[in-house]
Design a protein around this ligand. Structure first.
Ligand code: HPA
Length: 250
């Protein structure tokens, strides 16, 4: 049975609850090792594969994730559709802690990452259209599934991808806001672009863990609060994924 959905768990999501008949699949890729084993199993009779982006014990920093291997591994598994689950900071007034957002745009501020499968000497360079970085139809299905299941998702927003692993300064967030970013996270890119290069459907559900620097009332960001907010937001992901699978993605 083909894998209907690939899942990449971010900070706070290192194993997918409720996966039945799960097997761990180690994959070697032409781009090196992925972040860990792909855990393949069934959710309500649908085949899915889960990968912990930062490793199962959170040992891989955002700028050290082998995004190419991770995305390529899904393709090697025969998976045509990947949902990225990413912790973020909220910038827009309605994207406070614990909100779930399905962004529709990206601005990439990262540097020094391998951003393309064409980034190999002698390989023909392939350019991709990236006007709409997330697969529109996949986003729509995710939003429809959430609506059906009564799970609140914010439709749209611009994801600013920063380098990390530190959080941003107040001035950096002011700049992101001026640029039009609504959310800030460290792992949204180059994952989305690599998925597009391979022709995979890709969407993101962003879990707001904190107000980005300077956006909330507090003068500093509490790491403990980040974890508490993330745990609350992450608890809504299994129901969302089950609702998505119930749409028979094919
Ligand atoms: N900035 C960048 N990445 C993040 C944040 C943040 O404030 N919170 C969670 N991931």
């Amino acid at each position: 049975m083909a894998i209907e959905l690939g899942l990449i768990g971010g900070t706070g999501l290192y194993a997918f609850p409720g996966l039945q008949q799960a097997t761990r699949v180690e994959i070697d890729t032409p781009y090196g090792a992925p972040s860990g084993a792909y855990v393949c199993g069934e959710l309500d009779g649908h085949r899915v594969a889960f990968l912990a982006r930062h490793g199962e014990t959170h040992t891989i920093a955002p700028h050290r994730v082998n995004y190419r291997a991770n995305v390529h591994g899904f393709r090697q598994l025969g998976c045509r559709r990947v949902l990225g689950i990413n912790a973020v900071g909220g910038i827009r007034y309605d994207m406070g802690p614990r909100a779930l957002v399905v962004p529709d745009q990206i601005i990439d501020y990262t540097h020094g990452r391998c951003t393309s499968f064409s980034d190999v000497a002698g390989v023909k360079v392939e350019h991709i259209d990236f006007s709409h970085p997330y697969t529109p139809q996949f986003r729509s299905r995710l939003l429809a599934a959430a609506a059906q299941a009564g799970i609140e998702l914010i439709d749209g927003g611009c994801y600013g991808a920063t380098q990390g692993p530190r959080l941003e300064t107040v001035a950096e967030i002011s700049r992101l806001r001026r640029d039009g970013c609504d959310l800030v996270g460290m792992t949204g890119m180059p994952e989305a672009a690599l998925a597009r290069e391979l022709g995979l459907e890709y969407a993101c559900v962003a879990l707001v863990a904190n107000w980005a620097a300077g956006c909330g009332d507090a003068s500093e960001i509490s790491i403990e609060e980040i974890h508490a907010h993330l745990a609350a937001a992450t608890a809504r992901i299994p129901a969302l994924v089950r609702a998505l699978l119930a749409m028979n993605l094919g």
